[in-house]
Design a protein around this ligand. Structure first.
Ligand code: FES
Ligand SMILES: [Fe+2]
Length: 321
């Protein structure tokens, strides 16, 4: 974000790198996130793994022609073989391999997505990825849409508490006696609000939503409006200094009426993606104001930014100070 933001492009936390369904056992993919070349693969044991892409030998990219071997992966260049922890276990033609290894990242697979833990100082994970839909079979499969946006993840989640943009950008009217509560708890910010969505019908359709972030890379929006339970699950992963990949996933608890389930899913998918794309031109062209003028009708911007600082390693905590 050279010059655009006064903090690093990649905060510390869990970041989504793939849908679970897109990676079968034996699959190998070269991926680029968090400013790094990485290799993502699923071992024969069924576990997803992420290593730094370039082989410690002569630097081949393990993601381009690498082959899954047991839990680990073999390099396409000279066949060095690494186990599931990244340790070098075999060098073809050599009795005993030198002590070496590929750097393995912490990986967590949950909610139909694969996450890696990123920490600027390589500290181990300090929080878990929150689990949703424990009774998965009662929910519809994920519908997902992916975008690349020129914005920092901190600006993306600041949007959640920026209540004064809802009516101008999103055509949403706060209902009478509106509820808007923001709580900060560890790695989570939790926002409870009642919203009237005028994009759905002219009179507005009122919904109670709970939005829960899980570190800087995950946002879950739950709508519970008897008999409807819906979950919009968003992963936001820095690609490099400029771009962030955002994936919006949607799932709802199946209603008895299959056609109704389908049409509500479709409508929600359309509204969510419309609302997201409404924000994009603002995000891509804004600057970051370290000392914004905040009024009482805005959300708790300063509080949010103070809370977000926990995701930067020491030395990077310059926001608003
Ligand atoms: S570069 Fe990977 S084995 Fe030689
Ligand atoms: Fe928005």
């Amino acid at each position: 974000m050279a010059g655009r933001y006064p903090f690093p492009a990649s905060p510390n936390g869990w970041f989504g790198v793939s849908a679970s369904d897109d990676l079968a056992a034996g699959d190998v993919r070269a991926i680029h996130y968090l400013g790094r070349d990485l290799v993502l693969f699923r071992g024969e044991d069924g576990s997803a793994r992420v290593f730094d892409a370039h082989c410690p030998h002569l630097g081949a990219n393990l993601g381009v022609g690498g082959r899954v071997c047991g839990d680990g992966i073999a390099c396409p260049f000279h066949g060095w073989r690494f186990d599931g922890t990244g340790s070098l276990v075999e060098v073809p033609g050599l009795d005993r391999p030198p002590r070496a290894g590929a750097t393995a990242w912490d990986v967590c697979e949950r909610n139909g997505r694969i996450f890696v833990w990123h920490h600027a100082d390589t500290a181990p994970p300090s929080f878990d990825v929150i689990d949703y839909r424990p009774d998965e079979s009662e929910w519809t499969g994920w519908r997902s849409n992916t975008y690349e946006v020129r914005v920092h993840v901190q600006d993306l989640t600041e949007n959640i508490i920026d209540r004064s943009h809802f009516s101008t950008v999103h055509d949403m009217m706060p209902p009478e006696g509106q509820q808007f509560e923001v709580r900060f708890s560890g790695a989570s910010m939790i926002v409870d609000q009642r919203l009237s969505v005028t994009a759905v019908s002219e009179v507005g359709f009122e919904v109670d939503t709970t939005t829960t972030t899980c570190g800087p890379g995950i946002v879950a929006v739950e709508v519970s409006q008897d008999p409807i339970d819906m979950l919009t699950y968003i992963t936001q992963t820095p690609i490099n200094d400029e771009l962030t990949e955002v994936t919006l996933c949607f799932s709802m608890k199946r209603l008895e009426d299959e056609a109704a389930t389908e049409s509500i899913s479709e409508l929600n998918d359309r509204v969510t993606n419309l609302q997201f794309t409404q924000d994009v031109p603002i995000w891509e062209n804004k600057v970051y104001r370290e000392r914004p003028i905040v009024t009482k009708i805005d959300g708790p911007v300063a509080q949010y930014r103070r809370w977000f600082r926990q995701f930067y390693s020491n030395g990077a905590e310059r926001v608003g100070t």
